[in-house]
Design a protein around this ligand. Structure first.
Ligand SMILES: NC(=O)c1ccc[n+]([C@@H]2O[C@H](COP(=O)([O-])OP(=O)(O)OC[C@H]3O[C@@H](n4cnc5c(N)ncnc54)[C@H](O)[C@@H]3O)[C@@H](O)[C@H]2O)c1
Length: 470
């Protein structure tokens, strides 16, 4: 039997601890963390305790960890976007193969340099494109490859970012500023662009794009809204971005319940929606259910190190960035963007990303000469339908959601990605998300950003040549 792969974790934050850390705890025969680098002492200590990592293998930063020589088989790099390049380059140079969270880097020059360095040094590099490893997106790819659609003519893909998620990540949180983070299209849709390049199997030759920060601006604030939701906002009851409702009362979970296909779960959603104090009740009603873990997970786990405590959550809202009014933040990233693409054979593709959705999830439509494929991938509902051009439903398949069964995050993709990385390290040639394949999605995102800013069509061949790429 194979020994578990040993790993050095860089960044024991949400992804490091709750995606990869969780995978290792649930699958100790496959992956074992033997060292950790994390700047926040509490997070570092907690991760070390959970994974039985000795003191001398705990480092306050990636720099010290990578200066310690090669102390594990691989590096799992779950630091924030801006740290991917310096820490990733150092890890490759220290001799590590690496699973690196997406995006490769927040700018294209660094993403290209990191990918080419891995190739030059012969290191295995995998990027965290988790969705390729989900049952839903695998099935979607199989339909396209089966030829059931006939000749593909149009493909329309929507990334409907839930309003609470937009507020959390792109208005109040880590990805709100163009100065400090990648363009939102890369941060939020590099998975989608990655899936598109995977499915289309032919180059996208040109694209155009439009989009802006339309809504989350001071002039759209409700009358009398103070700088913080916790300062007695007169719009607290009706505002979908009211911070205590999102974090203390976990509106994201309630919306997920409300959109379930199961009437009893919808009933539960209605019963608890907006009722303060309902989280402890749900906790009692759902002992041991996957949902009960979610009650204290993202986004609570991002704003405090003690996500089970309502007091800690409220303290974070009183003092930290996540209690700010969404109309009085220092955000400047877009809240919507549309990209129109054309493939070499002439298929027209559109990608709409926006942060104003009543529920979080992707909706997909592909029209071919023989059939139309409809898909929905949300937290509460996942299905594919195939309709023929005479209007008959040929088949419909539902997929497990995060509500239905105990599976890892991203529809099972988190565990699928970790397993694919382990197989890649063992020499099995089925890695779908190598650095080079991931770079394609990044090129599209940066080309789209250029098209949006310049209001010009971008031709991908020229764009790539300008970056020294084929
Ligand atoms: N694959 C996916 O679907 C997916 C989903 C969410 C986030 N992400 C990506 O994962 C990465 C991590 O996101 P997150 O939400 O876990 O962020 P996070 O902020 O929770 O975690 C990052 C951690 O890195 C630590 N850190 C900062 N500087 C460090 C240093 N010098 N050395 C070591 N650690 C350091 C931080 O203290 C923090 O704990 C980001 O790049 C993000 O874009 C990917």
């Amino acid at each position: 039997m194979n020994q578990p792969l040993t790993a050095l974790l860089l960044g024991a934050g949400d992804r490091g601890a709750n995606a990869y850390g969780r995978f290792a705890l649930e699958n100790p025969q496959e992956l074992r963390f033997v060292a950790v680098a994390e700047t926040q002492p509490e997070r570092r200590k907690q991760f070390a305790a959970n994974h039985h990592i000795p003191e001398e293998r705990c480092f306050p930063s990636w720099k010290q960890a990578l200066a310690a020589g090669k102390i594990a088989d691989v590096v799992i790099n779950a630091t924030q976007d801006a740290t991917h390049y310096p820490s990733g380059m150092a890890a490759l140079e220290a001799g590590y193969d690496m699973l690196l969270e997406k995006p490769i880097a927040p700018n294209l020059a660094d993403a290209v340099a990191l990918t080419l360095t891995a190739e030059r040094l012969g290191r295995k590099l995998m990027i965290g494109h988790v969705l390729r490893y989900t049952e839903f997106f695998e099935a979607l790819g199989e339909v396209i490859q089966s030829g059931a659609l006939g000749q593909l003519v149009t493909l329309s893909w929507r990334e409907n970012v839930g309003a609470y998620h937009m507020a959390h990540s792109y208005v109040r949180g880590n990805w709100r500023s163009t100065r400090d983070s990648a363009p939102m299209l890369l941060a939020k849709c590099c998975h989608d662009l990655d899936l598109l390049t995977w499915y289309l199997r032919e180059p996208i030759t040109s694209l155009a794009s439009t989009g802006s920060l339309l809504h989350f601006r001071p002039e759209n604030a409700p009358a009398g809204a103070p700088a913080r939701c916790t300062d007695g906002c007169p719009a607290a009851l009706e505002c979908p971005f009211y911070a205590p409702a999102i974090y203390r009362d976990m509106l994201p979970i309630k919306y997920t319940l409300l959109h379930s296909e199961h009437p009893s779960i919808r009933w539960l959603g209605k019963a608890v929606l907006r009722a303060p104090g309902s989280i402890p009740t749900l906790d009692k009603l759902l002992p041991g259910q996957p949902l009960s873990r979610a009650l204290h997970a993202w986004p609570r786990s991002v704003i405090t190190n003690d996500p089970k405590s309502d007091e800690a959550v409220m303290q974070a809202l009183l003092e930290g960035p996540y209690g700010r009014c969404v109309y009085h933040c220092d955000n400047d990233v877009v809240d919507h963007q549309v990209v129109l693409m054309s493939t070499q054979s002439g298929v027209s593709v559109s990608l709409t990303m926006h942060g104003h959705s009543y529920e979080e999830g992707r909706t997909i439509r592909m029209d071919g000469s023989k059939a139309t494929l409809l898909g929905k991938f949300s937290h509460a509902v996942c299905y594919l339908e195939l309709w023929d051009q005479r209007g008959f439903l040929l088949w419909r398949k539902s997929f497990a959601t995060e509500l239905d069964r105990k599976q890892s995050g991203h529809g099972g993709g988190d565990a699928g990605l970790a397993r694919a990385f382990i197989r890649m390290l063992r020499g099995e040639p089925d890695a779908l998300t190598s650095g080079r394949s991931a770079l394609e999605s990044h090129i599209l995102a940066f080309a789209a950003e250029e098209a949006r800013l310049t209001k010009q069509t971008v031709f991908l061949e020229t764009f790539k040549q300008n970056w020294g790429l084929q």
